[in-house]
Write a protein that binds this ligand. Structure first.
Ligand code: ADP
Length: 171
């Protein structure tokens, strides 16, 4: 029997992308014929980076990866998956707390749209890496060199400098 072509989307906020996300992308891309990293424009969260900036950073990082692309989307994840004719939603799992949330989300997405979610477990070294912690550490000038790629560090430094300048504070 011929194997069916599989297209997956990896939706998330990626505000900013971390080594944990990149690890999920690296391992996920081996499972599918095509992987689209999908940057959500969630209006509820108060993002640090605009979707276009997040897409720009991710584009740089996936440059050498064949069959991986990135774009932003502005609708329900399942709607987006349908538009892209995707078969699978890829998500990452770190902890039991992630599991509880992701389980609910995956069940709902399957119930409303019949789409499957496939999970990739975090690598131990990134088990505690999250975008919100990265933002917090970076805003206080801490060292995040092991947790995000250099391009993300540069963007974070620029962003916090710009925010300080906007508030009229000295760097
Ligand atoms: P969302 O706001 O949709 O949760 P995130 O950017 O925070 O978006 O995360 C996107 C996906 O990546 C989620 O499935 C999340 O559990 C997963 N993820 C985030 N950080 C890691 C990590 N360090 N290891 C594995 N998966 C991760």
């Amino acid at each position: 029997m011929q194997r069916k072509f599989t297209r997956a989307i990896f939706p998330g906020s990626f505000d900013p992308i971390t080594n944990g996300h990149l690890d999920v992308i690296e391992r996920g891309r081996k499972l599918f014929d095509e992987l689209i990293v999908a940057v959500g424009q969630s209006p509820i969260k108060n993002p640090l980076f605009a979707p276009a900036e997040r897409v720009e950073i991710i584009s740089e990082l996936i440059k050498g990866m064949s069959r991986v692309s990135v774009e932003s989307f502005d609708c329900l994840t399942v709607e987006y998956a349908k538009q892209k004719d995707a078969d699978v939603i890829l998500r990452g799992l770190r902890s039991l707390t992630d599991f509880q949330y992701e389980f609910k989300l995956a069940m709902t997405n399957r119930a409303v749209a019949g789409i499957e979610t496939i999970f990739v477990m975090t690598s131990a070294e990134y088990g505690f890496t999250s975008s919100d912690l990265i933002r917090e550490i970076a805003s206080l000038g801490g060292n995040i060199a092991n947790l995000v790629p250099p391009i993300v560090i540069r963007h974070l430094e620029e962003k916090y400098k710009q925010l300080k300048d906007d508030r009229g504070e000295k760097a």
